[in-house]
Design a protein around this ligand. Structure first.
Ligand SMILES: [Zn+2]
Ligand SMILES: [Zn+2]
Length: 347
């Protein structure tokens, strides 16, 4: 069993090219460093294009952080480029209160013990140039005051999570460098803002209006799903995982159970969360072939945040008949999740 090989190709490519660049001492073009694939918003003659983050946050409990204030500080951080923008792209917020107005609706809710602190989703056109037509951000109140793991009870950590989700919606991926919220390795999460390099990358990404670059997009960001430019857009999502282990041994010790399993079935089971910000849940039925740690029944259920409208890139669907070694967190009587995507190893 090897940890880390289950990372999907996108994450692997970003990490590998970054490592290669550093190993060769090459200062790669800013745009190549940690852009998320080639995803970017299309200006298409609009200058400046104003991307609005829509505040759909609510206070759920007096102990929870004030999400509206966190969102404001996060957006202010991302809007700190030259005169509040990057090239021809500017950034602002609107108070949305449950509607889907705005380009990037941002939500919080108690989504339960899903394993993730936040999810960023973007919808991109299918053409050669991948234009972002809309985005979405979600943070999971479940972990805010939960003891255990690293204890996500600090407002700084949630500023870091939300900052990363919003950064993804601008077209950025992860980086291992310090002092930016796009760093996902350092725990506790403590970088609450973008850094100057993020700003440089966004400046480069949005310096030019290339509305005629044949991306199959055009027409600016999607206002409605039915917009002809956006109807065929594909959703892609990333998560910030709650649990993070530096070694396989540490993950083995921390897991409630470690099992070899065969996938019996996988099915969408419903939505959790307030209407517009809800996420799909898929239940995967697994036959336990061998128990390496802990105790499980012969047949167990795995819950996964996944469904017709959302798939997290490093935690894709399970296929019937496939076999895995799984590092599990028990979330109910016979229901589990993987500790994180590193705890899912295809055999
Ligand atoms: Zn373009
Ligand atoms: Zn992320």
């Amino acid at each position: 069993m090897k940890i880390g090989f289950m990372r999907r190709s996108t994450a692997l490519t970003v990490a590998a090219s970054l490592a290669l660049g550093m190993a060769l001492g090459i200062s790669t073009a800013a745009q190549a460093d940690h852009q998320w694939s080639s995803y970017h918003w299309e200006r298409d003659g609009i200058d400046p294009l104003i991307i609005t983050v829509a505040d759909n946050h609510v206070a759920v409990d007096a102990n929870l952080p004030e999400w509206e204030l966190i969102l404001k500080s996060v957006v202010a951080g991302w809007a700190s480029g030259a005169d509040g923008g990057y090239g021809g792209l500017h950034f602002g917020t609107i108070d949305s209160s449950g509607s889907l107005d705005g380009n990037v609706p941002s939500f919080n809710d108690n989504y339960g013990d899903t394993g993730w602190l936040g999810i960023a989703s973007i919808w991109v056109t299918r053409g050669k140039n991948k234009h972002i037509t809309r985005g979405q951000s979600k943070v999971n109140d479940f972990y805010v005051t939960l003891a255990g793991y690293d204890g996500f009870d600090q407002i700084e950590e949630w500023r870091a999570v939300l900052c990363q989700e919003i950064g993804h919606t601008l077209g950025l991926a992860h980086t291992a460098v310090d002092y930016t919220c796009m760093n996902t390795e350092d725990r506790p999460l403590r970088y609450e803002t973008p850094n100057a390099h993020d700003t440089e990358m966004l400046d480069a990404m949005y310096a030019e209006d290339h509305g005629s670059d044949g991306g199959g997009g055009g027409g600016g960001p999607c206002k409605k799903k039915k917009n002809k430019f956006c109807a065929g857009a594909i959703g892609v999502s990333r998560a910030t995982w709650a649990e993070h282990y530096d070694s396989e041994e540490a993950m083995f010790d921390a897991a409630d159970a470690v099992v070899d399993v065969t996938v019996m079935s996988s099915a969408f089971s419903g939505l959790i969360g307030r209407s517009q910000g809800a996420v799909p849940v898929t239940r995967v039925v697994l036959r336990v072939e061998d128990t390496l740690s802990g105790f499980t029944r012969p047949v167990i259920v795995l819950e996964q945040t996944r469904g017709p409208s959302l798939e997290i890139i490093d935690d894709p669907g399970y296929v019937q008949g496939d076999s895995y070694t799984l590092y599990l967190r028990q979330i109910d009587n016979n229901t589990y999740r993987t500790v994180n995507p590193s705890g899912r190893i295809r055999n």
